[in-house]
Write a new protein. Structure first.
Length: 101
């Protein structure tokens, strides 16, 4: 998986591409951790438009992201969700935990 980050006026987009699985947990955590304590950042969106696969550990990483950023008073959204990724998130009922588009 590869990540790229766009930070504009307190709105951060973390764009992922490739496989989102257990092997990427360090890279994913490193992508969002700087924004936990950043008082300028109000929201973080994870862009899944380039993700073709995610596993159960990726779901756990998303829950950790939600807990850490939500605890810091920041909104979290999942964007660009489609295909198999959308199916996995729907089956896991993540629509009740995240704003998904």
């Amino acid at each position: 998986m590869q990540t790229s980050i766009l930070n504009e006026s307190g709105k951060v987009v973390i764009k992922l591409s490739g496989r989102f699985d257990f092997n990427t947990h360090r890279e994913f955590r490193a992508a969002y951790e700087p924004f936990i304590a950043d008082t300028v950042v109000r929201s973080v969106a994870v862009d899944f438009s380039g993700v073709d696969y995610l596993d159960s550990s990726a779901l756990g990483m998303l829950l950790m992201l939600r807990d850490k950023l939500g605890g810091a008073g920041k909104d979290v959204a999942l964007t660009g969700v489609r295909g198999n990724v959308k199916q996995v998130l729907d089956i896991a009922n993540f629509g009740k935990l995240f704003q998904i588009s």
